[in-house]
Design a protein around this ligand. Structure first.
Ligand SMILES: [Zn+2]
Length: 217
């Protein structure tokens, strides 16, 4: 894969339907219009400009609002991101991951601004918390009621797994961190669906080793 292709993969997010839903809601501020927008956002990926901190970890760039407020900007496509000032990098995230980040820092962030320079729809604290809460509930219900489904931690979509009829494969990672890590004694576990896996490994500096099973079953 060329560098150009890699960049496209990261930043080529299109959300035309969401942009329409935002326009509709901005024109006509009804709970129904907000709901159709939030439902669609839940399963979508968005873009967040970020810079690298001293530890070289990406940190989203917050937008200052009036009276010492700070908003977490997110964009439905690169066309909505202003050309200047150019951010160091642009993160491609599931909307729910961005919502979760904001919810974790709700005392420092006043809200989410979607396409702040073009559409500028603001989600306030109460809505952000409500979206986060519903998401946890959905995850709980899925583990209780749908034994054959796991949720992809990357995109938030359910993945039907064995022995369900529409079974798909996914990657399960369990890592018990040891003494020499910064997470001594913690066990981390997550699932990644096949399309998120493909997108993830495309960002690796060195591709995974692939061997083919030559035995015929
Ligand atoms: Zn996924």
């Amino acid at each position: 894969m060329t560098d150009q292709e890699k960049e496209n993969l990261t930043i080529n997010v299109r959300n035309e339907e969401i942009e329409e839903f935002i326009d509709t809601y901005l024109k006509e501020n009804t709970p129904q219009h907000l709901n159709q927008l939030v439902v669609k956002l839940r399963t979508s990926r968005i873009l967040v400009p970020a810079s690298l901190n001293e530890e070289k970890k990406p940190v989203p760039c917050l937008l200052p609002g009036p009276e010492n407020t700070f908003y977490f900007p997110l964009y439905t496509s690169k066309e909505h991101i202003p050309a200047k000032p150019r951010s160091e990098l642009v993160l491609n995230l599931p909307f729910l991951a961005a919502n979760h980040m904001v919810e974790q820092h709700i005392d420092q962030i006043d809200g989410i601004a979607i396409n702040p320079f073009t559409q500028n729809l603001v989600f306030k604290r109460a809505l952000i918390e409500q979206i986060a809460e519903t998401n946890q509930e959905t995850n709980r219900n899925m583990t209780d009621g749908m034994q054959h489904t796991v949720v992809c931690n990357c995109c938030g979509q359910p993945i039907p797994v064995y022995p369900s009829p529409e079974a798909a494969e996914c990657m399960e990672v369990t890592k018990k961190w040891g003494y020499f890590s910064g997470k001594d004694g913690e066990t981390h576990r997550f699932h990644i669906c096949e399309s998120c896996y493909d997108a993830w490994i495309a960002t690796f500096a060195i591709a995974p080793e692939v061997t083919e099973d030559t035995e015929l079953v």
